[in-house]
Design a protein around this ligand. Structure first.
Ligand SMILES: [Zn+2]
Length: 333
């Protein structure tokens, strides 16, 4: 999955398709920081990555996909959901506290069995601005890809976020993602009951198959505290649907670093989706030689297409890349 390299194909792609589209200031609303040591065992796909992905290496490597030092801050969280998430949380908190940038913020990985008191105290002690849950920690679920939201983000945790005005980055699952009525109902209920909690639906509402977001987004109309990040989505349709139905003020650019630095893309197939990685496909096609680029670059091109098709102006594109996050995080601190 990872080869961790920057190629001539990436360089050409940025020059042709990306650079002129990028605003001068970028806030990355979805990026992971961790060390190999937080995992036991280390997942096979992570072996090619540097062993320590701290803020310094993030800023170093993110310049591969948005060059020129334009990345001004980010919302960072761990990745060791089923590894040593305590140490991963402490690592992220320390990195962010020690940062000289005013735009660097941390979210705390939460497991569903954590009490409200523990989350409250850890957020206060470590200076987190939000929470990050994940379905692989869902309780009482054999197949966590089908988990209802409540099984990995129980209500008492959302209540803490409401009380403290925290963000929650939520990667919904189940086959049809945002088109799933159970998911829609849980999102509505949480957002309505805890208006000071800000819910960020990761991956454009897990719109890896854009049709799921296109079909479901209208059911979130009227909610003031639901947002989406663009992370690792490489087709334009879900972005377009969000901009069209809720407005560009609800879409936050996110790289999903270090997923951004894997090579390939995700495509809709039938009613589902599939990840295609460069090292798993035959690059010598009949008509041409395939030159896959980094996922983060595919995602930026998809976002560019959505902005173009929705006729967004420069100021509205800046909303997605910076202003929306500025209002949510930088302005508040
Ligand atoms: Zn992620």
């Amino acid at each position: 999955m990872h080869n961790w390299s920057f190629t001539e194909a990436d360089r050409e792609f940025i020059a042709r398709d990306i650079e002129a589209f990028l605003p001068d200031r970028i806030f990355d609303a979805h990026a992971h920081l961790f060390c190999h040591a937080h995992f036991d065992p280390l997942p096979a796909g992570y072996r090619d990555m540097p062993a320590r992905l701290d803020l310094a290496s993030y800023y170093n490597f993110i310049d591969w996909i948005h060059p020129g030092g334009r990345t001004r801050g980010g919302l960072f969280f761990g990745l060791a959901f089923n590894g040593d998430r305590e140490r991963n949380n402490q690592f992220v908190a320390l990195e962010v506290r020690q940062s000289q940038r005013e735009g660097d913020f941390g979210q705390m990985i939460i497991a569903p069995d954590m009490t409200a008191e523990r989350i409250y105290q850890t957020v206060k002690d470590e200076g987190f601005v939000g929470l990050k849950c994940y379905h692989t920690m869902a309780k009482d679920c054999e197949r966590t890809w089908a988990a209802p939201i409540e099984s990995y983000l129980p209500e008492h945790q959302v209540a803490v976020a409401g009380e403290l005005g925290l963000s929650i980055t939520l990667h919904i699952v189940r086959d049809r993602a945002l088109a799933d009525p159970l998911n829609q109902a849980a999102i509505r209920r949480y957002c309505e009951n805890y208006p000071d909690m800000r819910l960020i639906l990761a991956h454009a509402g897990r719109g890896f198959n854009p049709w799921h977001t296109i079909e479901g987004i209208k059911n979130l109309r009227g909610l003031d505290n639901v947002f989406f990040d663009t992370s690792a989505v490489t087709e334009a349709g879900a972005f377009e649907a969000i901009i069209d139905v809720l407005g560009q003020e609800r879409l936050l650019y996110g790289s999903d670093f270090p997923v951004s630095h894997s090579r390939g893309r995700c495509v809709a197939i039938g009613d589902s989706f599939h990840w295609i990685y460069a090292d798993e496909i035959k690059l010598a096609e009949k008509h041409t030689k395939l030159r896959p680029v980094l996922v983060g670059l595919e995602s930026l091109r998809a976002l560019r297409l959505a902005c173009w098709r929705m006729r967004l102006g420069a100021g509205q594109i800046e909303d997605i890349f910076y202003n929306n996050a500025n209002q949510l995080f930088i302005h508040q601190s």
